[in-house]
Design a protein around this ligand. Structure first.
Ligand SMILES: C[S@@+](CC[C@H](N)C(=O)[O-])C[C@H]1O[C@@H](n2cnc3c(N)ncnc32)[C@H](O)[C@@H]1O
Length: 338
């Protein structure tokens, strides 16, 4: 049997590399220190012990970083806050590490309880990756859209049409939106298209209400603390949600789809979509979801990992690729209809 320390340290280091590639040197360095601490049976091991049995996709490294960030944002760890960029700190991981480690000792039970709850990001940047897919469906069908999201978290990507997207080749969306994507596209999708969303709904096993202080704190805690542009997008989307809330069911994806797709709908193009979701879904649930989507004959838009990139697919067809948080979107020139 493999040593739990080896499994956990490997996962922390895998995420450290991912953080580095995705522009979070602060988290990359803290995770590297955390892996070394764990290998020496330090407090990181006390907090993570037992979690080595969870699947690799269960994001254990981010589940460690999120709770500590939450305590920083909540004012519980003022010393650490002086080094966390999200609270105006200096972003120095060497100075932050001993305080991070001490926090795991002082707040161990709280952190462990939060680790157990899981990682629940709602990454608004993914709207920029999904945008071209929605526009493609509207363009192909000429119909208004009914959009259904599974694994919505707080539902922030259900409001994609309330945001502003800018590229060297044009722009799309609300010019005055507090959510502005200015650096998302390497090769943008065609943006000279119109789309109207007439109905939207999502589901999650644990929906977050972004309009409450607690919901906003949860969402903010899972943004990497030195990624202030991501934090600004999230804060903008929370502002949009306050005036434009979306409907979210507390339901598992298959139950939700079986209910929502039970009867056909006229004069709308229904799009089922999800992003960074499938890793949490077991095979029987996947089979139920896919049977339901195929049976209903609706559009199916996904953004899921194919490491090192993430693929955006429409009914299985590759439309483009993106990085995990919706940056570096590269649309496939051949994937859209004229
Ligand atoms: C990594 S988050 C991604 C959230 C959002 N799609 C995004 O891209 O920002 C995955 C979400 O899927 C939800 N989830 C996991 N399994 C689920 C299931 N069987 N049915 C519905 N939601 C599920 C989790 O609660 C979590 O909010």
């Amino acid at each position: 049997m493999q040593d739990p320390r080896d499994i956990l340290a490997k996962r922390l280091r895998w995420q450290a590399r991912g953080c580095l590639v995705l522009g979070s040197p602060f988290y990359a360095a803290l995770l590297e220190s955390a892996a070394e601490d764990l290998e020496r049976d330090g407090p990181v091991m006390d907090v993570l012990e037992g979690f080595e049995n969870e699947p690799a996709g269960a994001a254990i490294a981010l589940r460690l970083m999120g709770p500590v960030h939450r305590l920083v944002l909540d004012g519980v760890l003022p010393g650490l806050a002086r080094h966390y960029p999200s609270t105006g700190g200096d972003g120095d991981p060497v100075a932050a590490w001993p305080l991070f480690r001490q926090a795991l000792i002082d707040q161990g039970a709280t952190v462990r309880a939060l680790v157990r709850k899981g990682c629940q990001t709602n990454e608004v940047g993914r709207s920029a990756a999904l945008l071209g897919g929605f526009l493609e469906v509207a363009h192909r069908t000429g119909l208004p859209l009914r959009i259904l999201e599974v694994g919505s978290s707080a539902g922030l990507n259900l409001a994609w049409d309330r945001y502003r997207y800018e590229s060297a080749e044009g722009a799309w969306g609300e010019p005055a939106s507090p959510v502005r994507f200015t650096h998302s596209f390497e090769f943008p999708p065609p943006l000279n298209r119109t789309a109207e969303v007439v109905e939207r709904k999502g589901c999650d096993l644990n929906p977050i209400d972004p309009t409450t202080d607690l919901g906003a704190l949860t969402l903010r805690s899972f943004v990497w603390a030195d990624q202030l542009a991501r934090m600004a997008l999230l804060d903008g989307a929370i502002e949009v949600a306050r005036t434009f809330p979306v409907e979210l069911d507390r339901a598992n994806a298959a139950d939700f789809l079986e209910r929502e797709l039970a009867s056909p709908r006229d004069r709308v193009a229904t799009v089922v979509f999800h992003s960074v979701f499938m890793q949490y879904v077991d095979e029987p649930l996947r089979a139920r979801m896919h049977a339901c989507i195929e049976g209903a004959g609706v559009f199916y838009l996904t953004m899921e990992p194919a490491y090192p990139v993430f693929e955006v697919r429409l009914n299985g067809e590759l439309l483009g690729t993106t990085m995990a948080h919706g940056t570096g979107v590269r649309w496939n020139v051949n994937s859209h209809s004229p």
